[in-house]
Design a binder for this molecule. Structure first.
Ligand code: FAD
Length: 421
């Protein structure tokens, strides 16, 4: 067992009073925090070492209601808002980055089809279609503990939003024939349904991003396979292998959004892509917490040697605290203002928040190792795992750290449609 993983008394990352959280919101986040400390932390090191998916964490989330956190209450879920989910996910990320990131993939299939879709413009017919279809997905999760994942990436320009997805869905009687390949399919081999993005394309039709379909492919369907090995630097427990689909028949009832609505969501609800960041907010906090405990000689499983009396350590902790507070403040603001049709300022702030969390989580972990010293990076302690896991954040499409900077610069200096002569 990982020594500090037994920690049971971490304070909430966002104190309810200070951040003016509602009672219900605070209680849900608290449930996630306690679950993370009690259930995720003791298992994290083993799954990291073996690069195995922590399926038992997801089984244990079911009775806690955490698989259904964003499913509307009328469908048997906990009805968490975008922000409540984000704060809860940050709490899980403190204890096991890989579980929190995988949980994000699952929860987004309910958040995007739930509260986010409720906020989107839809015609009356689309709304009826969506509200008729989604309860079946929710029932699987609420009643059977089904797990959904979100394999979008293909290794080309599609996951960055720059081209139509190469995975295609050919309309056939009663549904679609789906063929394609998804790389980095977190929860591969563990999910019951792969919530893929693909391009609906009839014979002779050109591929268009407007025809993106968000579709739940049953993992057991004929033509679905998972290939390749998985031995990465970090986030090893996500088991993000390659998903292949060859002429997989997927029923029309597996549509997670009506035709054309995903494209609308991606363009009018951009904060949907900020949902990969909560995990890394949690990792940033974990790096800081570890450092404070270690320098005080209180990190469980380490000798009670204090290092806090050295001015260099005090300065390091002070700098970490400044970086952590900056990260928390910006990120909290961004997740609080997520909505349909945000202002340009809000979108730019979301890019800045994503960039800040993803880069600072790893910067904090690096500084933690430098300040705590050699013994702190032994594999018997969680810090080196936090360091490796946090390295992955800035690579996550569509909002990689580079793409955030790219858009921030361009969209600040150019209004839509503006060109230089
Ligand atoms: C641990 C882990 C888990 C993951 N899980 C999932 C998952 O569950 N589902 C999923 O869909 N994906 C997942 N991903 C994949 C991830 O979102 C990216 O798709 C993947 O890291 C891209 O790798 P690549 O080498 O193909 O990047 P490339 O596409 O080669 O891009 C390399 C870099 O170039 C830049 N770049 C790329 N496109 C553009 C552009 N159009 N404009 C400007 N700059 C650009 C970006 O900064 C990017 O980081 C996961 C990744 C990791 C590391």
């Amino acid at each position: 067992m990982n020594a500090i993983d037994t920690h049971k008394s971490d304070a909430p990352i966002f104190a309810a009073d200070a951040f003016r959280l509602g009672d219900e919101e605070a209680a849900l986040i608290d449930r996630a925090r306690r679950f993370g400390a009690r259930v995720l932390a003791p298992r994290a090191a083993k799954h990291d070492r073996d690069a195995t998916f922590p399926i038992e964490n997801f089984r244990d989330m079911h009775p806690e209601g955490l698989l259904a956190i964003c499913i509307p209450k009328e469908n048997g879920g906990l009805g968490a808002s975008y922000r409540t989910y984000a704060l809860a996910a940050a709490e899980l990320g403190r204890y096991c980055g890989a579980t929190a990131l995988s949980w994000n993939m699952h929860v987004c299939s309910t958040l995007w089809t739930g509260a986010l879709a409720d906020d989107l413009e839809m015609s009356a017919a689309e709304r009826t279609e969506h509200n008729t279809r989604r309860p079946a997905h929710y029932r699987r999760i609420v009643e059977q503990g089904a797990i959904y994942s979100q394999p979008f990436s293909e290794g080309g320009a599609a996951a960055a939003g720059a081209a139509a997805f190469g995975t295609e869905a050919k309309p056939v009687d009663g549904g679609f024939l789906v063929s394609g390949k998804k790389i980095f399919a977190s929860l591969s081999g563990a999910a019951d349904y792969y919530g893929i993005l693909c391009t609906e394309r009839a014979e002779g039709e050109a591929a268009s991003r407007r025809n993106t379909l968000y579709l739940a492919v049953p993992a057991k369907a004929d033509g679905v396979s998972v290939v390749g090995d998985w031995d990465p630097l970090g986030m090893r427990g996500t088991v993000s292998r390659t998903l292949l689909m060859k002429d997989v028949f997927v029923s029309e009832s597996e549509l997670l959004m009506p035709h054309g609505v995903y494209f609308r969501a991606a363009t009018s609800w951009p904060h949907m892509f900020l949902t990969l960041s909560p995990t890394y907010m949690g990792l940033a906090q974990a790096a800081y917490d570890f450092t404070v405990a270690y320098l005080r000689g209180e990190a469980p499983g380490t000798p009670p040697v204090k290092r806090r009396m050295f001015p260099t350590k005090q300065i390091a902790v002070a700098e970490m605290r400044v970086m952590l507070e900056q990260t928390k403040a910006l990120w909290f603001q961004a997740v609080s203002e997520a909505r349909a049709n945000p202002t340009k300022e809000q979108v730019l702030r979301a890019y800045a928040a994503q960039h800040t969390v993803m880069e600072n989580a790893n910067a904090l972990a690096a500084k933690a190792i430098r300040s705590c010293g050699g013994q702190s990076m032994l594999k018997s302690l969680p810090l080196e795992r936090i360091y490796r896991d946090s390295r992955c954040g800035s690579l996550m499409l569509p909002w990689t750290a580079e793409i955030c900077l790219d858009r921030l610069g361009r969209e600040t200096l150019y209004e839509p449609g503006e060109k230089d002569d």
